[in-house]
Design a protein around this ligand. Structure first.
Ligand code: PMP
Length: 417
């Protein structure tokens, strides 16, 4: 497991894991619904991934030369998503998004990007803008560009247009006003920190239309949401992206990222005719272990496997919703496919602002997280999670019941409304 944030009173230290279960340093087993921040679609130590890794491990781990493992994984991704004719690998989703943004700037000759308020896209300066804006600084219905990391140059904010999620008319107006300077609109159509609500069809139409009309590149961040459909999130949501950033499940549990798109756009990285418009490198990019694990994971994530996992996610969310209703608890679960997120509020969640927890709700969420851990279930610290293919229907029912119990217990101790 990746270095986990600190959970008071103490986080479990992972020692080993298999399938849905992690064993911690005290020999305790936890049922893992976080799956290394959504990256393990087949759970832990998935036998096809481990076997594939064993086969290549003795051959060396990094060559600085092309390998057939990278072309195989790239071909597998292209075969699932024909629009993604070319794929370039990185070591993280952060790098994938960063290269997509750089490519968009180079292709269009424009400096700005647009992103949605609250959306997380990794740690590149520009995409961090307005990641955690608050009612104190987020401005009126046209969101302000709020810097995230202390010390980030103020000029960064001026190069980022912040859009309100699921507000089509405001989006259209803001994009129209800035279109001459916009290189890209960066979209995660199921952005977790925006509330994990699927992007509405009318906003999707506005975004696609503005991109086509003004020559702005549409960059879809599928680092998390690639898993929602066999052909990727852009296909599920009906987008025609210019570039796609990927990560997480395409590495089969090892570090990975990728930027992909039509060959005409990917030509911006072409180094075979001298210095490219965008130089792309990375010491461990396309390392053979990540490529091998990723291919094994994708091969087992067949159309049937995707459909089954998506049905289980639907079941989970409807089970939680029903139990919350029966117990009259002021909470709701959002998400889509195999992804879910808990909110301790009943108002309809449409975007970052409506999902924004009050200080009391934030404290209560941390308590629910801990109450789940005490029941043997690991979620991400903000009470979101991802199902994995080894999970059974019974597992999903147990998860739903445990979560509602944890919410009930927290509500009785410290109500948040
Ligand atoms: N984009 C999204 C939507 C993400 O959720 C993340 C990571 N959680 C990233 C990009 C960055 O990926 P990484 O952590 O691999 O750098």
């Amino acid at each position: 497991m990746r270095a986990a944030p600190f959970f008071a009173p103490q986080p479990p230290y992972a020692m080993s894991a298999a399938g849905c279960w992690i064993t911690d340093a005290d020999g305790r087993k936890v049922f893992d619904c976080a799956n290394n921040f959504f990256s393990l679609v087949h759970g832990h130590a998935f036998p096809p991934v481990i076997e594939a890794l064993h086969k290549v491990l003795d051959d060396g781990t990094a060559f600085g030369l092309p390998t057939t493992s990278e072309t195989s994984l790239a071909e597998a991704i292209s075969a699932r998503s024909p629009r993604l004719e070319q794929v370039r690998f990185t070591s993280s989703g952060t790098e994938a998004v960063m290269y997509a943004v750089k490519a968009a700037r180079a292709i269009t000759g424009r400096p700005m990007i647009a992103k949605f308020e609250g959306a997380y896209h990794g740690a590149y300066d520009h995409v961090e803008v307005s990641l955690d804006s608050t009612p104190m600084n987020w401005g009126d219905s046209s969101p302000k560009s709020v810097l995230y990391t202390k010390g980030t140059p103020v000029s960064t904010a001026t190069e980022v247009l912040v859009l309100p999620y699921n507000e089509p008319e405001t989006c259209r107006e803001l994009i129209r006003a800035h279109h001459e300077r916009l290189a890209a609109i960066l979209v995660d159509p199921l952005a977790s920190r925006v509330g994990m609500v699927p992007m509405d069809a009318d906003v999707r139409e506005v975004i696609q239309d503005c991109c086509n009309r003004y020559g702005i590149l549409l960059v879809i961040d599928e680092v998390v949401s690639y898993r929602i459909g066999y052909h990727g999130a852009h296909a599920t949501f009906g987008f025609e992206p210019d570039l796609v950033a990927m990560g997480k499940i395409i590495g089969g549990g090892l570090p990975v990222g990728a930027v992909a798109g039509p060959a005409s756009h990917m030509a911006v990285f072409d180094h075979t005719k001298g210095k490219p418009a965008v130089s792309h490198g990375g010491t461990f990019s396309a390392n053979p272990l990540s490529m091998t694990a990723g291919l094994a994971a994708l091969q087992s994530y067949s159309m049937n496997a995707v459909a089954r996992l998506n049905r289980m996610g639907d079941m989970l969310r409807s089970e939680i919703t029903e139990q919350l209703r029966r117990r009259e608890l002021p909470a709701q679960v959002t998400g889509m496919s195999s992804l879910f997120r808990l909110h301790l509020k009943t108002e309809v969640i449409r975007n970052y602002r409506t999902s924004f927890p009050s200080p009391v709700q934030k404290t209560a969420l941390a308590k629910v997280h801990l109450a789940m851990l005490e029941r043997g279930f690991l979620m991400t610290p903000n009470c979101s999670g991802a199902l994995s293919t080894p999970m059974s229907k019974t597992d999903v029912q147990d998860l739903a019941s445990a979560l509602v119990d944890a919410i009930h217990e927290t509500w009785k101790q410290s109500p948040w409304e």
